[in-house]
Design a protein around this ligand. Structure first.
Ligand SMILES: Nc1ncnc2c1ncn2[C@@H]1O[C@H](COP(=O)(O)OP(=O)(O)OP(=O)(O)O)[C@@H](O)[C@H]1O
Ligand SMILES: N[C@@H](CCO)C(=O)O
Length: 712
């Protein structure tokens, strides 16, 4: 088995209003278990397992293997396979940011983690479907466990279990948690679950929808919250819920989502009304917001068994959250809140070392770690994305040996000047692994390339990407390509090809690297930028706002975050309601369309894409030898994230300006007389434009920034 293994399980929100015990949503807050087995003669820990724990409720979670839900579950599964205890000695280190007993599927995450631990230490080779069976022997409602295991937005059903299958004491029943619970060692082999107990399907989830979780500071155990429910319901109430559920499952996948439909479809009559006695003000709080009173809101419900409230929204997250927090405050209940997103991938297992091959096993390409099937599945999964990037001259089909572009059909009658750019994402990908969010780094990749092309005045035409990993996860890779396609659409380039390389042993499990290249063209006769000959003293420097850190300086960013003891899942100190990781993953801004609009009017003499090397190193790249840039730091706003990074990393001013874009993703040179028109055109295309400085005659420095003390 693996020497060190990391298991990550997402939290989940069940029911979503009418889908009691049926639908579940995996969200990007993860229980993480680090599992290490050291070969020892004996262990002083019960069942040979040492447990350490960090995170919420750390003082109340039992650290004895028979009592802790995670390890108790693992022991149940091991005993079903004739293994009585953990290998000597097993260390289970738990990092848990999921609050317990709040309706965010903490017990489902613990159970799924436990089953995975058993699978690893016992080398049981269970399929995910079989793991679901084990989970369902414990947690009898499949909504949370299926979401935690498979990720995404799921609909589930459960085969009925016979009393014999469930009555044995060895099964750690979570429905009667916290006590009394099973997990007792009767010395007998516990009953294995019947096969295929649980079934699930994944629904589409609209990428616009985010989840505001209002988490009151008290627990409601699922056992208690189920005990208040009636044994039977009226036909009217059942039909009420079924009608809404049928609509809700597809309404949440529509893009853009329809607030009127979703708000009504999230009403429920079979659990929330009965749970109001456990959660002060529940009914009033759920009724206190509507899409009309709070634009951006889609719907609201109790998350799982509560007390967390789940509000689905596409905008105005802070104001919706602060309204709900105040409503709870009026009931004398304090709350935390988090803005979470769908976790599409579910449980992941990363092994740092792999077991040796059984001797008799015959070798295949797949057994060496490269799966042709997975590669083919990926091609199928991404076809729709590449097709969406179609443009005149490039038809967007994939699968051929090379990507084609017909320059004539692309609008170039005369042979144009071709411009090529190639780049990567750098260590920003590490944050995507950490957050298990892979759909935005592809935008960064395209941005790094097309922003480099456009500063020369070129129109991006085609893009090709390279994705290399140890073991191909079709889901993560497809999400990555979805991001690449989104970036291509934003810049008008067709995604005409790419390469996916599965290279076991080169990359760590679960990690990947990506690169890409763009080709663009400049019409013959049009000035290639920068037009250094046209630049003169007194020309104006215009700066375009960035989206934050973009894709450079991440090694330093990660170092600062680590030094401050923050995890990527913590709330960002610079932004309420967003985690550190989600905020840092904000994709690089793509400036192609606004800049092409201004260049085509002949308004721009030069442009600098502010990447690694920051303002100080990049601006001189567009200037002639005799001119220098003089900027005034008072003229543009520095985003909160940079202010925090500068303070937290105690960065000197010049180090800051040499590493980061400081709030300006592009800097342009224009004639004084053209500055106003250029600004207006760029603003019409949605850019925030700042007049940040001028060109001066060069003495020693190529680029200076005055008034850097405003950054203090
Ligand atoms: N990481 C963990 N380690 C040990 N025990 C845990 C862990 N997570 C959950 N539990 C157990 O599960 C109990 C909470 O389960 P419960 O089903 O009541 O709530 P939940 O799963 O957080 O909410 P919901 O099921 O409504 O989404 C805790 O009190 C604790 O006993
Ligand atoms: N469907 C379950 C989820 C909580 O675990 C309930 O509402 O009781």
């Amino acid at each position: 088995m693996a020497a060190t293994t990391t298991i990550r399980v997402p939290c989940s929100s069940a029911n979503l209003g009418p889908g009691f015990d049926v639908i579940g949503l995996a969200l990007n807050l993860y229980l993480e278990v680090q599992l290490t087995v050291t070969k020892q003669e004996s262990s002083s820990h019960s069942l040979n397992c040492r447990i350490t724990y960090e995170g919420v409720n750390a003082d109340s979670v039992p650290l004895v293997a028979e009592d802790n839900l995670i390890t108790r579950t693992a022991v149940y599964v091991l005993r079903c396979h004739g293994i009585r205890a953990f290998p000597t000695e097993t260390h289970v280190h738990v990092k848990n940011p999921i609050p317990l007993g709040r309706g965010l599927g903490s017990s489902a995450a613990a159970i799924v983690a436990g089953v995975n631990i058993a699978n690893e230490v016992g080398n049981l080779q269970l399929s995910k479907a079989r793991m679901l069976d084990y989970c369902l022997m414990e947690e009898r409602h499949p909504d949370n466990v299926a979401a935690a295991l498979y990720g995404g937005f799921v609909g589930t059903y459960l085969n009925e279990l016979s009393p014999e299958d469930t009555e044995r004491l060895e099964i750690p029943l979570s429905e009667v948690l916290p006590e009394p619970a099973g997990g007792v060692d009767t010395g007998l082999r516990p009953p294995e679950p019947p096969k295929d107990i649980g079934h699930y399907t994944k629904y589409r989830w609209s990428p616009e929808i985010k989840c505001i979780c209002i988490i009151p500071q008290f627990e409601v155990s699922t056992a208690k919250a189920r005990a208040v429910l009636p044994e039977s319901y009226t036909r009217k109430d059942i039909i009420f819920n079924m009608q809404r559920l049928a609509v809700l499952t597809t309404a949440l996948g529509a893009s853009p989502p329809d607030p009127g439909q979703i708000y009504t479809a999230m009403q429920d009559k079979i659990h929330q009304p009965y749970r109001r006695g456990l959660i002060p003000g529940l009914t009033e709080i759920l009724q206190s917001v509507t899409p009309q009173s709070h634009p951006g809101l889609l719907g609201i419900c109790l998350s799982g068994a509560g007390p967390t409230i789940l509000a689905l929204a596409t905008a105005n997250f802070d104001s919706i959250a602060s309204h709900l927090v105040t409503e709870f405050k009026n009931e004398n209940i304090e709350c935390d809140w988090k803005l979470l997103e769908l976790a599409d991938e579910g449980t992941t297992v990363r092994r740092s070392a792999v077991s040796s091959l059984p001797v008799e096993e015959s070798l295949t390409y797949a057994s060496s770690g490269v799966s042709i099937d997975a590669g083919n599945d990926l091609v199928k999964a991404i076809k729709q994305f590449t097709a969406s990037t179609k443009r005149p001259g490039a038809d967007g089909k994939i699968g051929g040996f090379g990507g084609l572009l017909d320059l004539k059909a692309a609008g170039f009658d005369e042979p144009p000047i071709l411009v090529g750019a190639i780049d990567g994402i750098g260590t920003k990908v590490k944050i995507a692994f950490e957050m298990n969010k892979h759909d935005t780094v592809g935008i960064d990749l395209v941005a790094m390339n097309v922003n480099d092309l456009v500063v020369q005045g070129a129109e991006p035409l085609i893009f090709l990407d390279y994705y290399a990993c140890s073991k191909l996860s079709v889901q993560s890779a497809a999400k990555f390509v979805e991001g690449v396609a989104n970036g291509c659409r934003l810049s008008g380039a067709a995604l005409v090809g790419g390469e996916t390389a599965e290279m076991p042993g080169i990359y760590k499990d679960g990690e990947y690297d990506a690169g890409g290249c763009a080709v663009g063209a400049i019409k013959r006769g049009v000035t290639i930028l920068p037009d250094t000959a046209a630049m003169a003293e007194g020309d104006v420097l215009l700066g375009l706002s960035s989206n934050g850190v973009h894709s450079n300086g991440f090694s330093l960013v990660r170092k600062i975050i680590e030094k401050k003891g923050l995890s990527f899942h913590d709330t960002a100190p610079w932004s309420t309601g967003e985690t550190v990781g989600a905020s840092l993953l904000t994709p690089t801004r793509i400036y192609v369309k606004p800049l092409l609009a201004a260049t085509r009017k002949g308004l721009i003499k030069g442009m600098s894409h502010i990447t690694g090397g920051g303002l100080l190193e990049n601006i001189p790249r567009m200037l002639p030898d005799h001119l220098a840039a003089e900027l005034d730091a008072k003229t543009w706003p520095v985003p909160e994230v940079f202010q925090w990074l500068k303070r937290a990393g105690q960065l000197e001013d010049s180090e800051f300006a040499r590493t980061f874009n400081t709030g300006l993703g592009m800097v342009l040179v224009v004639k004084e007389e053209d500055a106003r028109t250029a600004t207006e055109i760029l603003q019409e295309h949605g850019e925030q434009v700042h007049r940040v400085g001028t060109l001066v005659s060069k003495k020693t420095e190529e680029c200076t920034v005055r008034n850097m003390d405003v950054w203090k």
